[in-house]
Design a protein around this ligand. Structure first.
Ligand code: ZN
Length: 288
């Protein structure tokens, strides 16, 4: 991993929760802190750390895992899978939301341990296989363990495992191949749409004159428009703090109606994120 100064690393993490503490490397400590795994809705389970989400989708033919957390995150995800009563060897497919250290860092080890196939977008393939962010970023090229992509997915392509069918939506901007995944589930005989949201924060991305990602501003704006059109009952972002997943867990344990089901939440999140993006773009324009 390329060493960053604490200042630049923290600048990269403009999205980190206020008040969270940083590790010696400058990354938030909760990114590699274990937390109790649990079922969210239907056949979807939380198997991530306290600060970075990973999700398991179970099927009769094995499981799909979305995202691998930090480079040291794989053992933590595997322990969570076992705690839920599943077998790590039954993970057949690995998916990725985007090629950044905090969501792709643990994929190489997860892949080695499970022998699962990795599916990712064509545009993030190069980044995953080199193990480095592609595109100009104020924080430089943050490296992580490279991982071989077995199959690339196109926009609206569905990946199937047993009775599970999960669909890729290319939502570039945050990375060139940022991928949002949608999954129909059934919870107490109710059909619901689950969306695993790829990031839309700027997070140090150079928005003006980005040589490796010249269409970056158009990409972000098109992705916001696209994300607004995805019907979502259950909004699952790749950092749990974006949707207060831990707070919802407490409400669920108190016996409240499943708080993860909120058909208006993602639209509100997209609007707030689009607003923050335009503000950051204006800031970068003023800096020129
Ligand atoms: Zn990211």
């Amino acid at each position: 991993m390329i060493k960053l100064s604490k200042k630049t690393a923290l600048a990269a993490l403009a999205f980190m929760a206020v008040g969270s503490t940083a590790s010696a490397q400058g990354w938030p400590a909760d990114w590699t802190k274990a937390t109790t795994p649990y079922r969210i809705v239907g056949n979807v389970y939380y198997v991530g750390s306290e600060g970075i989400a990973s999700y398991l989708i179970s099927s009769s033919q094995g499981h799909i895992v979305i995202d691998g957390g930090m480079p040291e995150g794989a053992p933590l995800i595997e322990a969570s899978i076992r705690k839920l009563g599943f077998k790590v060897e039954d993970v057949k497919i690995l998916l990725n939301t985007h090629a950044h250290i905090d969501h792709a860092g643990g994929l190489a080890q997860l892949k080695a341990d499970t022998k699962a196939r990795l599916y990712a977008s064509k545009a993030d393939e190069e980044s995953l296989e080199k193990g480095v962010h592609v595109g100009d970023n104020d924080n430089g090229a943050v490296a992580y363990p490279a991982v071989k992509v077995d199959r690339t997915v196109k926009d609206l392509q569905t990946v199937k495992l047993g009775e599970v069918a999960i669909t890729a939506h290319l939502t570039p901007g945050h990375t060139t191949g940022c991928t949002t995944w949608t999954l129909p589930v059934v919870e107490r005989e109710r059909a619901l749409n689950v969306t695993f949201y790829c990031s839309t924060t700027v997070a140090g991305n150079v928005l003006i004159g980005n040589r490796a990602h010249p269409r970056i501003v158009d990409d972000y704006r098109a992705s916001f428009a696209k994300l607004r059109m995805i019907p979502t009952d259950v909004f699952l972002p790749n950092h749990p703090g974006f949707a207060d997943l831990a707070g919802k867990r407490q409400r669920l344990l108190r016996g409240e109606p499943n708080p993860y089901i909120d058909p208006t939440e993602m639209a509100r999140f997209v609007d707030a994120s689009a607003k923050a993006f335009e503000q950051e773009l204006a800031k970068q324009e003023n800096r020129r």
